[in-house]
Design a protein around this ligand. Sequence first.
Ligand SMILES: C[S@@+](CC[C@H](N)C(=O)[O-])C[C@H]1O[C@@H](n2cnc3c(N)ncnc32)[C@H](O)[C@@H]1O
Length: 321
Amino acid sequence: MQMTKDTHQPSAKALSWTRYWRSGFQNTCFFADKAFSVESDWQAYFSTAATGTKIIDLATGNGAVAWIAAAVARDSNRDVAIVGVDFADINPGDVATVDAELLPRVTFVGSTDLAELPFSDAEFDFASSQFGFEYAQESAALLELKRVLKPGGKVRFLIHASEGAVHEASTQRLRRARLMLESGQIIPLLEELAKASSNGSAPRITKVQKRISAKVDLVGRKFKQLPADDLVFELCREAKMFVTAVGQVPAAELSARVRYLAEEVRAYTLRLNAMQQAARNAGQMQGMCQSADVLGFTLSNYEAYYVDNQQVGWIFLSQIP
Ligand SMILES: C[S@@+](CC[C@H](N)C(=O)[O-])C[C@H]1O[C@@H](n2cnc3c(N)ncnc32)[C@H](O)[C@@H]1O
């Protein structure tokens, strides 16, 4: 395995994912507003990996799927090497709550685009990806995957669908997050409050405090049907704290916290926007199968993937002849 890292500057997109994974999230499998598990299907896929084989998990994040592969290998007493790659600067061993026994079974390689894999030709027997492969440039990533897989190598991806409940939920989330950044909304109002607090202008501070309180009430009423953990409510809670913190907390501290919040919301919108762009419809899945077979894969096919009778994605299956 060549382990040379990409030395390009990380893009804003990659940084937005680095933020996400470093804050300790385990995966991105959510269905509307509840988490869903796809573990048993991954276990079935990895159960055919014999001792001596190598698995690559593409766009691995905090290694949700890589850890499943590691647990399957451990439980079946097989020596299987697992590598997780991602273009975010990941370090899942530090942040993920994982059984310590699994740590030595997985190698993570961050800051790596799927279109430029730092591995030798024909190194891997299995490839997996969960809501990840589709974020990369498709034909470049397929070509790289073809190169690093051995003859007979197998591929299984779970891919975002551009219809269905997950897509709809993320579209709504994105809309709300963008709204919070618009002029007159919570983030700009908090920025205004931080500025007024730095300038020490009491009438200005009071005026902005009132506007924020009114906005929080309005947002609370407008979105009252949403689950309590939605971003808009988190921002409302923060906004209320700011209103009372002015004068008690140093202005520089307030400004730093507002900057952090604004960056978090922007990173969130970048990730959701990337997810929207990555999502595929049936025609695009068909096109991906055709491209894969043209590029040297064989028997590429796809099917809708359901959880609780709702489509949460597509399964893409393929192999190297
Ligand atoms: C929705 S997350 C999925 C992560 C993980 N597979 C999971 O199920 O939790 C998408 C991941 O794709 C990664 N990603 C996006 N574009 C990429 C690219 N071009 N090359 C490598 N990784 C990429 C992101 O950094 C992010 O970690």
